[in-house]
Design a protein around this ligand. Structure first.
Ligand SMILES: [Zn+2]
Length: 434
């Protein structure tokens, strides 16, 4: 008998392996931080047995674009005219908060993500040195990147080097690892991006950048003499499988094809794009051309929450409308974009994203005994179009239970929410346009 830490028994296991294997009923045994067994319930389950009656087990969700500290700003930037959101509304708010508030907001953001079934995030923000420790403390798996800007390039690169030193770049060695986070194609000129490309080459870190997220960004890049945001990145060698571009909202068809042809990873944040820009990014086109697409919630003030179940549903609805085709973006693809394909976008497809022996034990249980989830004819369609983050009853990361019976195990939710709410309290009267 192997030395299991836990055996999880559930009504159903959705492995999302290459063969779409399902077990009903099913079991997953955890050995340390890894999955030791997936299959029908064993005759003699080992370790601590956790019965997840009424639940379906599936891989933990992978959210490829978050800004956890911006939890603080939820509800303060509503219905803003196109082009005003970032500089006109967000920046003045961000100027009001210090590292203590950011940490409080980030921990609340991590709590929101974890309790709704997200087990991996790609988190980026300014002052990431202050925030990364909180992300680590939350128990989430995470790649963290400090946002780099021309206006503060030297300090930003120092902060980035410190993150690389502190966390390394190898997700197989560390649950939290570091990436490079140039902010966007307008706020980062060629000199800074060349240094980022060199640092990526030297360190092996992945690059995370916002791409064509606003009309002003496109205009600024063109004013600099480049044909478009994607062409600009391509000239610098910054399109490809180790680069994760977020949004791509204003890419031309030609640029979308170029992003795809390079095999670039794309963070698709449909609800954020819809709410802040009134647009659907050409993600179908990028994906058809070869892009690896993961779903991202973006920040809590963009959409207005970090809930990947909602994002799967929104991605399906908006992309069907954009394609003028109800058969576009089938549910199975959407679930992949929140699990296996999202993991591949972050370069961790060999570690997480599906439930297979030897992979890290990142998994969630969804309680399907709810009026909105029955009958259970089609598990994938139900998970994509009917399930909610609040249906998640258990969450494991690296084999450690972080949520059981819908309650966080290691985090003190009451204290975290009290601290973060207090940190956010002073902001409302000072928000522009309220
Ligand atoms: Zn973003």
């Amino acid at each position: 008998m192997r030395a299991w830490s836990y055996t999880l028994l559930a009504d159903e296991v959705l492995t999302l392996d290459a063969g779409e294997t399902r077990y009903s009923p099913g079991a997953v045994a955890i050995e340390g931080d890894a999955i030791g067994y997936v299959g029908p319930p064993p005759r003699e389950p080992g370790g601590t047995v956790i019965r997840l009656d009424g639940c379906v087990l599936l891989p933990g969700l992978v959210d490829v674009h978050t800004h956890t500290p911006m939890w603080l700003f939820r509800g303060l930037t509503e219905d803003v005219p196109r082009g005003e959101w970032l500089e006109g509304r967000m920046r003045p708010l961000e100027a009001l908060v210090g590292p203590r508030e950011l940490r409080a907001g980030a921990l609340a953001g991590c709590l929101e993500l974890l309790t709704s079934g997200v087990t991996t995030i790609a988190d980026r923000y300014s002052d990431m040195g202050a925030v990364a420790g909180v992300v680590e403390e939350s128990g989430l798996r995470a790649v963290v990147a400090h946002s780099l800007y021309d206006r503060d390039a030297e300090r930003g690169l120092e902060e980035t080097e410190a993150l690389l030193e502190r966390f390394g770049v190898d997700p197989a060695r560390s649950r939290v690892w570091a990436g490079l986070g140039p902010h966007a194609t307008d706020s980062c000129g060629p000199e800074l991006l060349r240094r980022v490309a060199e640092l990526a080459e030297r360190s092996g870190a992945r690059v995370f950048i916002h791409l064509a997220q606003a009309e002003g960004e496109v205009a600024a890049v063109r004013a600099r003499g480049d044909a478009g945001c994607a062409m600009y990145l391509d000239e610098l060698g910054l399109l490809g499988p180790t680069v994760v571009v977020a949004h791509g909202t204003y890419l031309t068809d030609g640029e979308a094809d170029l992003v795809g042809r390079r095999g670039t990873a794309v963070a698709h944040c449909p609800s954020s794009n819809a709410k802040l820009e009134g647009r659907v990014a050409p993600v179908g086109r990028m994906r058809r051309a070869g892009a690896v697409v993961g779903l991202g919630t973006d920040a809590a003030c963009c959409n207005n929450g970090m809930e990947l179940f909602a994002e799967m549903r929104t991605a399906g609805l908006l992309n069907k409308v954009a394609a003028d085709d109800p058969a576009a973006f089938p549910a199975a693809d959407l679930l992949r974009m929140a699990t296996t394909e999202a993991a591949a976008a972050l370069g961790i497809g060999h570690l997480v994203g599906s439930l297979e022996t030897g992979k890290r034990a990142d998994l969630i249980a969804v309680d399907r005994r709810a009026p909105h989830l029955l009958p259970w004819h089609d598990p994938v369609a139900n998970l994509v179009y009917a399930a909610r983050g609040s249906d998640v009853s258990a969450v494991f990361v690296d084999g450690r239970p972080l949520v059981l019976d819908r309650r966080p195990v290691r985090l003190d939710a009451e204290r975290i929410l009290a601290d973060a709410t207090q940190a956010a309290r002073t902001l409302a009267p000072l928000a522009v346009g309220r």
